[in-house]
Design a protein around this ligand. Structure first.
Ligand code: ZN
Length: 210
């Protein structure tokens, strides 16, 4: 059975039920400033309501910064802001961990490793994971839940997935791209943004925006 829902925000939510209990869901949305802003706002709202966000927005934002070029200033600002807040949060957490005399072990990250969520409150846990064995399983905790269980982080192992220098490098390399405008002489008008919008034939010239 397939259910396709187009949400008001323009996000297409597509759920496919396979068998009696497995669900696969695709969350597909246009990559626009408005869509991103709505997603971030919902993500923050979910946190306040202690509701798990299926889309790990922090992880997603870092992937966007690594893999796409953004020329929309509004979208760029929103993503950059999310990266900045994450770096700040990671730095503060690491500082706290060190102040408690707990060693931070570099763990790295598998290529397609899924995002981590706190085993207690289901919040997305990015970069700094607090691990504790519970019922013979290693359970990831966010810092708040770890501190609730052990104010001095006793019994927790602290793992780091990315080095701070790596995050800062991604942050620095994520810059606003200029909009590329192509001019076609034979048609006498400008075709903006998408370089492959240009029709074939005619002399083409690359113009940068003034
Ligand atoms: Zn938690």
């Amino acid at each position: 059975m397939l259910d396709l829902l187009a949400e008001i925000s323009g996000c297409v939510h597509w759920v496919q039920a396979v068998g009696w209990c497995n669900n696969i869901a695709w969350n597909v949305g246009p990559l626009t400033a408005r869509q991103y802003q709505l997603a971030i706002e919902r993500y923050e709202w979910n946190k306040l309501q202690s509701f798990k966000s299926i889309v790990p927005m922090v992880h997603l934002s870092w992937n966007l910064a690594r893999n796409i070029k953004v020329s929309d200033p509004k979208l760029f600002e929103l993503i950059k802001n999310c990266l900045l807040r994450t770096i700040r949060q990671c730095a503060l957490i690491l500082e706290f961990v060190k102040s408690k005399g707990v060693e931070v072990r570099f763990h790295g990250r598998g290529k397609n490793e899924a995002s981590h969520y706190c085993g207690q409150c289901e919040i997305e846990v990015f970069n700094v994971l607090f691990i504790r064995e519970q019922e013979k399983r290693h359970v990831v905790h966010c810092m708040d839940c770890a501190r609730k269980q052990a104010p001095g982080l006793e019994g927790f192992v602290c793992l780091e997935e990315y080095r701070m220098s790596e995050l800062i490098e991604v942050f620095d390399h994520f810059v606003l791209q200029p909009v590329v405008i192509w001019e076609t002489h034979d048609q006498g008008h400008r075709m903006g943004r998408e370089t492959n919008d240009v029709s074939s034939g005619g002399e083409e010239r690359l113009a940068t925006p003034s």
